[in-house]
Design a protein around this ligand. Structure first.
Ligand SMILES: [Ca+2]
Length: 95
Protein backbone atom coordinates (compact mmCIF):
# COMPACT_ATOMS: atom_id res chain seq x y z
CA UNK A 1 0.00 0.00 0.00
CA UNK A 2 2.72 2.43 1.04
CA UNK A 3 4.79 1.30 -1.91
CA UNK A 4 1.96 1.99 -4.35
CA UNK A 5 1.53 5.46 -2.89
CA UNK A 6 5.23 6.22 -3.31
CA UNK A 7 5.22 5.04 -6.90
CA UNK A 8 2.19 7.20 -7.70
CA UNK A 9 3.83 10.20 -6.10
CA UNK A 10 6.97 9.61 -8.15
CA UNK A 11 4.91 9.31 -11.32
CA UNK A 12 3.16 12.58 -10.56
CA UNK A 13 6.49 14.27 -9.83
CA UNK A 14 7.93 12.96 -13.10
CA UNK A 15 4.92 14.22 -15.02
CA UNK A 16 5.24 17.61 -13.36
CA UNK A 17 8.93 17.74 -14.28
CA UNK A 18 8.36 16.88 -17.92
CA UNK A 19 5.60 19.46 -18.10
CA UNK A 20 8.20 22.00 -17.14
CA UNK A 21 10.86 20.84 -19.56
CA UNK A 22 12.59 23.80 -21.09
CA UNK A 23 11.92 26.04 -18.14
CA UNK A 24 14.54 26.96 -15.63
CA UNK A 25 15.88 24.16 -13.45
CA UNK A 26 14.74 23.59 -9.90
CA UNK A 27 17.17 23.49 -7.01
CA UNK A 28 15.84 20.05 -6.05
CA UNK A 29 16.53 18.72 -9.56
CA UNK A 30 20.19 19.54 -9.24
CA UNK A 31 20.71 18.75 -5.54
CA UNK A 32 20.61 15.07 -6.36
CA UNK A 33 21.67 13.87 -2.88
CA UNK A 34 19.21 16.28 -1.20
CA UNK A 35 21.68 17.62 1.34
CA UNK A 36 20.48 21.17 0.76
CA UNK A 37 23.46 22.46 -1.22
CA UNK A 38 24.56 22.06 -4.82
CA UNK A 39 28.15 20.93 -5.14
CA UNK A 40 30.24 21.51 -8.23
CA UNK A 41 29.81 17.84 -9.21
CA UNK A 42 26.04 18.08 -8.97
CA UNK A 43 25.95 21.31 -10.95
CA UNK A 44 28.29 20.05 -13.64
CA UNK A 45 26.35 16.80 -14.00
CA UNK A 46 23.13 18.77 -14.46
CA UNK A 47 24.49 21.47 -16.74
CA UNK A 48 26.38 19.12 -19.04
CA UNK A 49 23.58 16.54 -19.18
CA UNK A 50 21.05 19.22 -20.06
CA UNK A 51 23.20 19.97 -23.10
CA UNK A 52 23.26 23.67 -22.27
CA UNK A 53 26.90 23.96 -21.33
CA UNK A 54 30.28 22.38 -21.68
CA UNK A 55 31.95 21.26 -18.45
CA UNK A 56 34.21 24.30 -18.68
CA UNK A 57 31.33 26.77 -19.01
CA UNK A 58 29.42 25.06 -16.24
CA UNK A 59 32.43 25.21 -13.90
CA UNK A 60 32.70 28.95 -14.51
CA UNK A 61 29.03 29.50 -13.79
CA UNK A 62 29.24 27.35 -10.72
CA UNK A 63 32.10 29.40 -9.31
CA UNK A 64 30.17 32.62 -9.88
CA UNK A 65 27.09 31.30 -8.11
CA UNK A 66 28.83 29.41 -5.32
CA UNK A 67 30.99 32.25 -4.01
CA UNK A 68 33.50 31.66 -1.23
CA UNK A 69 31.92 28.60 0.38
CA UNK A 70 32.29 26.48 -2.76
CA UNK A 71 28.71 25.23 -2.79
CA UNK A 72 25.45 26.74 -4.04
CA UNK A 73 22.92 27.18 -1.25
CA UNK A 74 19.20 27.53 -1.90
CA UNK A 75 19.58 31.23 -1.19
CA UNK A 76 22.36 31.63 -3.75
CA UNK A 77 20.39 29.58 -6.25
CA UNK A 78 17.24 31.65 -5.77
CA UNK A 79 19.28 34.81 -6.24
CA UNK A 80 20.79 33.40 -9.45
CA UNK A 81 17.32 32.48 -10.74
CA UNK A 82 16.05 36.00 -10.06
CA UNK A 83 18.96 37.36 -12.08
CA UNK A 84 18.19 34.74 -14.73
CA UNK A 85 14.62 36.03 -14.94
CA UNK A 86 15.92 39.56 -15.32
CA UNK A 87 18.23 38.48 -18.13
CA UNK A 88 15.40 36.48 -19.72
CA UNK A 89 13.42 39.69 -19.81
CA UNK A 90 16.33 41.25 -21.67
CA UNK A 91 16.29 38.39 -24.19
CA UNK A 92 19.21 36.24 -23.02
CA UNK A 93 18.67 32.56 -22.28
CA UNK A 94 21.80 32.32 -20.16
CA UNK A 95 21.63 31.53 -16.43
CA1 LIG B 1 23.83 18.17 -2.79
Amino acid sequence: MIRTTLISAAAIAAAALSAHAGEKPLFADIDTNFDGVITQDEFLAYAVESGKHTAEEAAEKFEKMAGDDGVITLEEWTEAMIKYDERQAEGSSDY
